[in-house]
Design a binder for this molecule. Structure first.
Ligand code: NAD
Ligand code: UDP
Length: 320
């Protein structure tokens, strides 16, 4: 296949490009490098079958040559990033998704949307099955992301229903692994950077809110399975191993051997209290389930952060 990966220079996108190339697909990575990094795809640039196209997908873009599939991942994903780029986040979820859908329609290509567990908002149903419609504050600080992704799901469904595009939607739950930006503000990257740098681990609120963390290698296997079939979804992709933020902090401290203290900071507005995916559909429709447990995944991530040379001064130099 020749696969277009929007957001391919980001954390998840770069792993997706890599796995697709490894199995023999050609990959066109389309990215504006707003929250992604050229170094994420530096090792791919020399590989046969890999093309990088620097473009903002919200402005419209074209890909010369054949296209068999479009994986639409372009979007800021960390709360810190989408608070920094609120209008760009809305634009890429709306106009960016439409441009990616038009590309897929023109080529009669498979289209897969990277949606998110954030469409469930601060969920009132726990754990979250795909049938749950969510509990989102449309005017809260997270709405630029949540509503953009909800619109992205709606427009994707409309292109399937009314234009016959072969679409699939995956709802991705918190994912971590190598190539997280040390200063992206997400909890796993923050805790590892802080633990390795001897800084206090910043726990927001009482730390009893939960998330379910999926290792990136598991996630991209799921995205590839979605690309390879005609399942419309939405399908949750996540690891149902639910942990509190305090538990995560303790695990990071143990794995790194750090003696960093923990520091309490205010809970951000509308921070979801609990989040855990029901993954029965992924198992039934994609034969997918996560295989890497949190400790193993965190060890791999910590070792990548160490090799990346994370300590406070160096990490700050890499922040975007
Ligand atoms: P990321 O910020 O590392 O990657 C996003 C990529 O999209 C970056 O390379 C960025 O430069 C690019 N991008 C952003 N706006 C663009 C635009 N207008 N035009 C072209 N490129 C643009 O984030 P990530 O964690 O890799 O997330 C990838 C996708 O997966 C996103 O759509 C995100 O919403 C979704 N997702 C991720 C998670 C997670 O935990 N990582 C969870 C749920 C959903
Ligand atoms: N969090 C935290 N300390 C940090 C960063 C995040 O306690 O330094 C908390 C945050 O409040 C949330 C959870 O960790 O409850 C996951 O946050 P993240 O930004 O990684 O993802 P999201 O909120 O989008 O799930």
């Amino acid at each position: 296949m020749r696969v277009v990966v929007t957001g391919g220079a980001g954390f998840v996108g770069s792993h997706l490009c890599e796995i697709l190339l490894r199995r023999g697909d050609d990959v066109v990575c389309v990215d504006n490098l707003s929250t992604g990094r050229a170094e994420n795809i530096a090792a791919l640039s020399d590989q046969r079958g890999f093309t990088f196209l620097r473009a903002d997908v919200s402005d419209g873009f074209d890909v010369p040559g054949p296209v068999d599939a479009v994986a639409h991942l372009a979007s800021p994903a960390s709360p810190a990033d989408y608070h920094k780029f609120p209008l760009q986040t809305l634009a890429v979820g709306s106009r960016g998704t439409e441009h990616a859908l038009v590309l897929a329609r023109r080529h009669e290509a498979r289209f897969v949307l990277a949606s998110t567990s954030e469409v469930y908002g601060d969920p009132q149903v726990h754990p979250q099955p795909e049938e749950y419609w969510g509990h989102v504050n449309p005017v809260g600080p997270r709405s630029v992301y949540d509503e953009a992704k909800r619109y992205a799901e709606a427009v994707t469904t409309a292109y399937a229903r009314h234009s016959g595009v072969n679409t699939g939607i995956v709802r991705i739950f918190n994912t971590y692994g190598p190539r997280l930006r040390p200063h992206d503000g997400r909890v796993v990257s923050s805790f590892i950077r802080q633990a390795l740098g001897g800084e206090a681990l910043t726990i927001y609120g009482d730390g009893l809110q939960t998330r379910s963390f999926c290792f990136v290698d598991d996630l991209v296997r799921g995205i590839v399975a979605m690309l390879d079939c005609r399942e419309p979804g939405p399908v949750n992709l996540g690891n149902p191993d639910e942990r509190t933020v305090v538990e995560l902090a303790e695990l990071v401290l143990r794995i790194t051997g750090s003696r960093s203290p923990v520091q309490s900071l205010p809970l951000p507005t509308d921070d979801p209290v609990r989040r855990c995916p029901v993954i029965v559909k992924a198992l039934e429709r994609l034969a997918w389930k996560p295989e890497i447990d949190l400790e193993e995944g965190l060890r791999a991530t910590v070792s990548w952060f160490r090799s990346y040379g994370v300590e406070p001064a160096a990490a700050a130099g890499q922040a975007r």
